[in-house]
Design a protein around this ligand. Structure first.
Ligand code: CTP
Length: 408
């Protein structure tokens, strides 16, 4: 179950061209199984019709505080009393200025003011021209609204509908959904700094060829997202994959096992949790050819010498022990048989408190999996679920183990 599942979200639209993105946002929220009640300002209805939003949310749309459908004629109260959040996307510069003053002359601003602040957070996704965004008045409003308790999301940079380029675009719908998931997730890793490796590594043979391991990176990326949603600061060191950087996560792209080792070693000391999900190639070619190897009659197939890559997980765990530093290390054991035995043995040989086992290659690249978690108390299965759900469960499992481990 995702963090948004079953949540009652009032989706407010104020006027701006980014209203077209609100349609996709609504669709994603519905897909995540939220209940979405759309409320639009008069200006928003100039950009996108209530009919579109009604069809996507499967609910009648509210646009006026005088709406006679509310039997008590208090739509602003009725709509927020059961709500888990009011999200205004897009939030125009004008609407922000209004909220700042507690002005309440239309249904959306009225319900933002009337919402129960303790149980119904207000999240704003600004969208405007770059000059408007940079204007001191707007920046002052953002700061004041944040200190009044609203969560003002950032903006994206890029081409704007007005033809200019810069900061001020509304975040993409998928990014906003990620931000909402963070609001709804218990901050189990708040204050922790989590380092994650993900994906395969690529070991060059010559400038055009190489060897690699099978890994889509999906599990590591899902863990990075889940850790960020649980409040952690996350660094993701990733081998070559085709996945987008998860929201909120600092991503460092690398290619080879040695590069991954260097990237991890250079920042491990600034983290207190290390999760190694990467499928690091165990060997690299000893003498990488600077030119493309040619097929000749004498050498129909080249003979390659290999040397072992550093074991990143074992070296982080060992380095921390040597310096009496505390870092909670989690390994992933990808096996083809005898999962429990191999995971148990790897936990001991790598000197880490937690090993997560999974059986490949049948699950490689899929969106779901089944995991076995092994620690000093034994092993337990996390039943088949999506990699996102498994990542959330694992984050919770790790968070439970941290206080006693980091105190010990
Ligand atoms: N790992 C690592 N660096 C390596 C090899 C593995 O950090 N050079 C980490 C992986 O990210 C994973 C764990 O060690 O968390 C186990 O990886 P796995 O490939 O299952 O095991 P190996 O140690 O490579 O052993 P084997 O290939 O013999 O199964």
């Amino acid at each position: 179950m995702n963090a948004i599942w079953g949540k009652k979200i009032v989706l407010g639209l104020s006027g701006g061209i980014a209203c077209y993105k609100a349609a996709e946002l609504c669709r994603l929220l519905i897909k995540a199984r939220a209940h979405v009640q759309v409320v639009m300002t008069e200006a928003a209805a100039q950009f996108i019709t209530p009919v579109t939003m009604q069809a996507l949310s499967n609910q009648e749309v509210y646009t006026s505080q005088w709406d006679a459908r509310a039997s008590n004629n208090m739509a602003h109260i009725n709509l927020t009393r059961e709500a888990d959040m009011v999200l205004v996307a897009p939030t125009s510069a004008d609407f922000m200025a209004k909220l700042l003053h507690g002005q309440a002359d239309d249904l959306l601003s009225l319900l933002c003011l009337a919402r129960p602040m303790a149980s119904c957070p207000l999240v704003l996704a600004p969208a405007m021209n770059r000059e408007m965004w940079l204007h001191p008045a707007t920046q002052r409003n953002v700061a004041q609204l944040s200190s009044d308790g609203a969560q003002v999301l950032g903006v994206a940079a890029g081409d704007q509908a007005c033809g200019e380029t810069g900061d001020g675009r509304m975040l993409e719908p998928a990014e906003i959904v990620q931000e909402l998931a963070r609001v709804f997730t218990a901050p189990a890793l708040l204050g922790h700094r989590v380092l994650i490796t993900a994906g395969p590594t690529f070991e060059a043979i010559d400038p055009v060829r190489g060897i690699t391991n099978r890994s889509s990176g999906k599990m590591g990326y899902a863990l990075a997202s889940a850790a960020w949603q649980a409040g952690a600061e996350v660094t993701l060191v990733s081998g070559p994959v085709s996945l987008a950087a998860p929201r909120g996560v600092k991503r460092v792209m690398v290619e080879s096992g040695q590069e991954m080792h260097e990237a991890v070693t250079s920042c491990a000391a600034q983290h207190d949790v290390f999760i190694a999900t990467a499928a690091v190639a165990d060997w690299r070619v000893k003498d990488v050819s600077t030119q493309k190897l040619k097929k000749t009659k004498e050498t129909p197939s080249p003979v390659l010498d290999f040397i072992q890559n550093p074991d990143i997980l074992a070296s982080v765990a060992q380095g921390a022990r040597a310096q009496s530093r505390e870092i909670y290390c989690v390994g992933f054991a990808a096996e083809t048989q005898d999962l429990a035995r191999h995971a148990h043995d790897k936990r001991l040989s790598k000197g880490v408190p937690l090993m997560v086992g999974n059986l490949g290659p049948a699950t490689f690249g899929l969106d779901d999996n089944e995991l076995l978690i092994v620690d000093d108390r034994g092993s337990r299965t996390l039943p088949r679920a999506s990699k996102d759900e498994l990542a959330q469960s694992l984050v919770w499992e790790i968070a439970q183990r941290l206080p006693s481990y980091l105190k010990a």
